[in-house]
Design a protein around this ligand. Structure first.
Ligand code: PMV
Length: 340
């Protein structure tokens, strides 16, 4: 029996508070990490000459990467590993077993793809004792996101790699936000997939046809994101709830809701939520409801009886913000020696 080096790293999910879709057209959006669910990546040394094996338990996927030849360029998991090894200046001739798993529901607007990639980047870098800043992690994850989503705005990789509430405008340095007061959210899963790439493509086609109308709705959504940022920082959750409701109405006008999403939104509001809206690409996926401690059980019941497949509760507390640029990936991963 020998000892082999094993490195484990994690990454949370994310949820968009306001600004989805408009963010693809240059408007701001606000998103927060969801730490109640997470992806995990484990990197272990493999025997000499074995190459790199990626085992994705939940995706039923097993990939073998050997040598510089024939690496699958269209696979997000392989892309993440290749991009990370190259970025930290290592050859692709490694002997590693990389295992990924995740309890983040897939294609529900919770950033499962970006979370898996983030955990992988952190684990691979830390395995070779390389420290990456959240900004560097985010950029590497963006490479894989492009394979998932086509033209992603970059909000998923940003909020997940920073693990902070983020005010995000495409092409600008993301701003992490200080939360004025604990934010309690319920995420109601419709159980229906929300295929981001297809929905973003459909919006693009509509935008081409009615550019003026779409641009002015995007402007309104951008204005909402700006005001949500302010209310988040000031801890004005009543105002934030109203703004979420307004955002949902605008997303309906863009034809991004569905009967089930609308029912869940109405049920959450009737149950006492301060605000509720669809979140993410829409046409399926999730709704989010802003709640207080008092109304939370009632809103959860209301969501379930209106047809939510499950409800995930999450909180964003004032204590969570900090200086993410100082927090290196090495601190977010754990290295161990295990008997094999
Ligand atoms: O399904 P999600 O949460 O990854 O939503 C994507 C959000 C969009 O604004 C629709 C697309 C994007 O790349 O920002």
């Amino acid at each position: 029996m020998g000892l082999r080096q094993v490195t484990v790293a994690y990454a949370p999910g994310k949820i968009i508070l306001v600004g989805e879709h408009a963010v693809v057209y240059g408007r701001p959006a606000v998103a927060v990490p969801v730490t109640q669910v997470r992806a995990q990546a484990t990197v272990g040394d493999a025997g000499k000459g074995q190459g790199i094996t990626i085992v994705a338990t939940d995706l039923g996927q097993r990939l073998l990467l050997r040598g510089e030849e024939g690496w699958p360029s269209e696979d997000p998991l392989a892309t993440t590993v290749i991009a990370t090894l190259k970025y930290v200046g290592l050859s692709l001739e490694q002997d590693l077993t990389i295992t990924v798993k995740s309890d983040i529901p897939i294609a529900r607007g919770l950033g499962s793809g970006a979370a898996v990639s983030t955990a992988m980047v952190r684990a691979v870098a830390a395995h070779f004792s390389r420290n990456l800043s959240p900004q560097e992690v985010s950029q590497l994850v963006y490479e894989a996101e492009r394979l998932h989503h086509g033209t992603p705005s970059g909000i998923d990789n940003t909020v997940i790699a920073h693990e902070r509430p983020v005010y995000f405008v495409q092409g600008q340095t993301p701003q992490t936000l200080a939360v004025g007061r604990t934010l309690r959210l319920l995420i109601g899963d419709t159980g229906e997939p929300s295929p981001t790439k297809a929905v973003v493509g459909a919006v693009r086609r509509q935008w081409r046809r009615s550019q003026g109308r779409y641009e002015s709705i995007f402007d309104e959504i951008g204005e909402i994101a700006l005001r949500v940022r302010r209310s988040l920082e000031e801890g004005d959750i009543a105002e934030m709830g109203r703004l979420m409701n307004e955002n949902h109405q605008l997303l309906r006008e863009l034809d991004l809701s569905s009967p089930l999403l609308d029912s869940l939104v109405t049920a959450a509001r009737d149950g006492g939520a301060l605000g509720a809206k669809l979140s993410g690409a829409g046409r399926g996926g999730n709704v989010i409801a802003l709640v207080t401690e008092e109304v939370r059980p009632e809103v959860e019941r209301a969501l379930l009886s209106a047809g939510a497949e499950r409800v995930i509760g999450t909180e964003v507390s004032p204590g969570r913000e900090g200086s993410p640029s100082m927090e290196m990936s090495g601190k977010l991963a754990r290295r161990d020696r295990r008997a094999v």
